[in-house]
Write a protein that binds this ligand. Structure first.
Ligand SMILES: [Fe+2]
Ligand SMILES: [Fe+2]
Length: 198
């Protein structure tokens, strides 16, 4: 993976995957604490995690993968067409799952412990889904792109991902990214980001 990081766009994608993994581990940890009857931060922390996922990966990260990285790789070869189609479908399915998670969280807030298992199972399902998604991109697509894209292709992809902005910067939104991460990291047991734990 070290050599993959030599490309700017790949480094950005891997960094964003790491941040996402931290958030998803935070979601898992949150419901596992509730499951064990242990004290958790308020549900607003979980809502903040969902908010982050909706604002950043769903709005910025995935569209750039689809529109630049996947498209240019398809232009170079049809060897990965099935994998790329699967990943694009997963981008759409991921959005639907986040909406389901928001509904399940709201139901849990309103109805309490009787509906907790639905919420917990959905978080476990989402985490598994998302870790598999990132793994497929990192193990198949990024090495393929590194091997097959031309310098001209990389200029386009690097420029697209260099435009990734902190969606919280300079905005009137309630949380900025740094505060949100502090909040999330604080509820994850040390060591943080232990890698996929499912
Ligand atoms: Fe993706
Ligand atoms: Fe990705």
């Amino acid at each position: 993976m070290q050599s993959l990081r030599q490309r700017n766009a790949i480094r950005t994608i891997l960094d964003e995957h790491e941040q996402l993994a931290i958030v998803v581990h935070g979601m898992l940890h949150f419901v596992r604490l509730i499951d064990k009857g242990e004290k958790t931060p308020g549900l607003m922390v979980f809502r903040a995690m969902l908010y982050y996922i909706r604002e950043y990966p769903e709005q910025v990260h995935h569209p750039k993968e689809d529109q630049y990285l996947f498209k240019l790789l398809r232009d170079r070869t049809n060897e990965f067409d099935a994998t790329l189609a699967e990943l694009e479908l997963q981008h759409t399915l991921g959005e639907a799952l986040v909406r389901e998670l928001e509904h399940a969280l709201t139901r849990y807030e309103l109805e309490g412990s009787p509906v907790f298992p639905v919420f917990r199972d959905l978080v476990e399902k989402y985490a598994k889904f998302y870790f598999n998604h990132m793994r497929l991109e990192e193990e198949v697509v990024l090495p393929a792109a590194q091997r097959l894209l031309t310098p001209e292709n990389w200029a386009v992809v690097d420029a697209a991902f260099a435009g990734n902005l902190d969606p919280f910067a300079g905005s009137n939104l309630q949380y900025d990214l740094e505060q949100l991460f502090l909040l999330i990291v604080n509820i994850i047991p040390a060591p943080t980001n232990p890698g996929p734990a499912i």
